[in-house]
Design a protein around this ligand. Structure first.
Ligand code: THU
Length: 346
């Protein structure tokens, strides 16, 4: 593939390595999709102001974004260009500033972020889309396939999940679909979900899972806005294993928190992962109002603690059933009969 690369911004220092990884990523994409070698794309790194303007002018969206794709798909006849046939696929425009911000948020390098965004955009140029959940799943799988080729896949990175503006938009769409709240409220809530998702995916990288090979990540948001994360930690004595959700909650409680706004759990399941029964009981203990279940594709499902455990055992029930201190427990009928008699030895 012919790649015309240009750095049109000076806000973020990009190096030869940035360009080289970006080229490698796009070439891997071209190979996976068997694009003819005459296929041509142009990649431009711009700043936030420039991508904001493009986003406004071409998509009517009045804010900066991480990447824009402009499909051309024009095949020039050899005669017109006076040389070998060229196939102009389109333009990829990446905000270096946004890429840097996202790289910092997700704890990976600027180069990786730029490479990921280039792959994401190339797939758009090839007709992939992520408006519908099913399409998004397909597009994510394609991204993974390409990232694998350059050893930057989730598996290579131990479960690291890229979260671009697109994914955040996906969360907002899902939230909007399921709520009547004002868009600003939803955006705020979506921001929290996006934040917790990124942190839970990161925590998932540390899952200690030599027995199940099933990583889980969780994050809780406390009432003062602090986030605690957890991963599952297993043990050779299987029953001692601790789930990601309880790990996150217990960490927060250890640091003095008792009131939570939200818990997010994530795994590599096809559908969003749900907390296990034991975790539901702990979630109910703290009456966590929002439980957000997710997967790697960014699909989400929401529930309250009561949805998860409608007949949950609570401290109220505990109080009702407790005997007064000092009072002996009622003896079962069989035991009453022999009361007073000396116990026979068996
Ligand atoms: N696991 C969690 O961490 N959270 C859940 O809600 C479901 C299960 C962990 C426990 C164990 O380490 C592995 O997943 C397989 O059960």
């Amino acid at each position: 593939m012919i790649i015309n690369y240009r750095n049109d911004q000076d806000k973020v220092a990009v190096t030869k390595e940035t360009e080289s990884l970006l080229r490698k990523a796009l070439q891997a994409g071209a190979r996976v999709h068997r694009l003819p070698k005459e296929t041509e794309v142009s990649v431009t790194l711009v700043d936030n102001a420039e991508i904001h303007q493009l986003n406004r002018d071409y998509r009517n969206v009045d804010r900066p974004t991480d990447v824009l794709s402009f499909a051309l798909d024009e095949a020039d006849e050899p005669a017109e260009v006076g040389g070998p046939e060229e196939h102009l696929l389109g333009d990829i425009v990446i905000s270096a500033e946004m890429a840097q911000k996202q790289a910092e948020e997700f704890g990976h390098s600027l180069n990786r972020e730029v490479a990921y965004l280039a792959i994401h955009s190339l797939l758009h140029l090839l007709g992939y889309d992520h408006k519908k959940a099913a399409d998004k799943k397909v597009m994510r799988a394609e991204e993974e396939k390409i990232l694998e080729k350059i050893h930057l896949s989730q598996a290579d990175l131990g479960g690291d999940m890229h979260m671009s503006d697109d994914v955040k938009d996906g969360f907002l769409d899902a939230l909007l679909a399921g709520t009547k709240a004002a868009k600003s409220d939803v955006e705020e809530a979506g921001g929290d979900v996006a934040l917790l998702f990124g942190k839970a995916r990161k925590a998932m990288e540390n899952a200690y899972i030599p027995y199940s090979h099933f990583p889980v990540g969780a994050a809780v948001l406390t009432d003062d806005g602090t986030v605690y994360t957890g991963c599952n930690v297993e043990n050779a004595s299987y029953g001692l294993s601790l789930c990601a959700e309880r790990n996150a909650i217990f960490k927060a409680v250890t640091e003095g928190h008792r009131t939570f706004r939200m818990l997010l759990v994530t795994g590599n399941t096809t559908a969003p992962i749900a907390p296990c029964g034991a975790c539901c009981q702990v979630i109910a203990e703290f009456k966590i109002p929002r439980i957000v279940m997710t997967n790697a594709a960014g699909d989400i499902q929401e529930a309250t603690y009561a949805d998860l455990l409608p007949f949950g055992f609570s401290e109220e029930e505990l109080a009702e059933g407790q005997q007064e201190s000092g009072k002996k427990a009622e003896k079962p009928a069989a035991a009453k009969k022999s009361a007073g008699k000396k116990k026979k030895k068996a």
